[in-house]
Design a protein around this ligand. Sequence first.
Ligand SMILES: Nc1ncnc2c1ncn2[C@@H]1O[C@H](COP(=O)(O)OP(=O)(O)O)[C@@H](O)[C@H]1O
Ligand SMILES: [Mg+2]
Length: 252
Amino acid sequence: MRRLAAYEDYALRLLADHGVRVARTYGLVELTPNQEYMLVTEFFEDARNLGDSQIDDVVIDEGLAMVRTFWDIGVAHRDIKPANLLVRDGHLQLVDVSGLEVRPSPWRQAVDLSNMLLVLALRTDPERVYARATKAFTPGEIAEACASAVGLTIPTELQAKLKADGRPLLDRFRQLAPPRDRISIQRWSAQRLVLTAQAAQQTGVGNDQAHASRVTGGVAQERATDSRGHLPVSLSSRRARDLASLPGLQST
Ligand SMILES: Nc1ncnc2c1ncn2[C@@H]1O[C@H](COP(=O)(O)OP(=O)(O)O)[C@@H](O)[C@H]1O
Ligand SMILES: [Mg+2]
């Protein structure tokens, strides 16, 4: 429990550091040693869940900018849905950051975008959201996001709202974005088994587990980074990009 609470505390601080609108965290309180811990955070008075709010272009842009920031700083929220976005004083606030993943696969980052597009379109319409999205993302990136959205990638609450809404929002986004093959959720396939074996050989098991798990992260995930839709972006170039994204770190 302590570790979970501490992780959420860290996630809030990390996001706040990068200008994401999250609740201010005051840190952990120990309730029962080694058993119960409580994270004390700011409470947003008079905030409403996005699902119950009227939204305008300011909120749409803030939602899209939020995902752009996730991409730029190398994190994924992994649970973008109406209940985890609040609107207060006409501005968007993010909650429930305990599932934040640092250095996620590009596929997970694409899923954050597809869910944000859907959440925003539920309160408005896909044409408007798509038009705003093209200011923060390239059409190719939006197409990747739409291609990543398959069944399980959409949180249950969001799926229920989409069903109740009835409009084919995802299909409409797919029509608006350039054509792109679906990116399937990664599964064990012959190709992935071969990749896994190769990665284990190249890196030595235990020597560079992170590298190996990145490679075994699956064809689908790596494909999500590739604008041409064929070759995976090399891991070393991703590492270089990650280093370049660290604020204040000068390369030597
Ligand atoms: N800082 C906050 N200020 C105001 N309301 C909040 C705050 N954090 C969460 N909520 C409300 O509580 C609900 C559940 O919180 P959340 O952190 O998403 O927990 P859960 O893990 O149960 O999903 C949210 O949907 C939101 O309506
Ligand atoms: Mg929640």
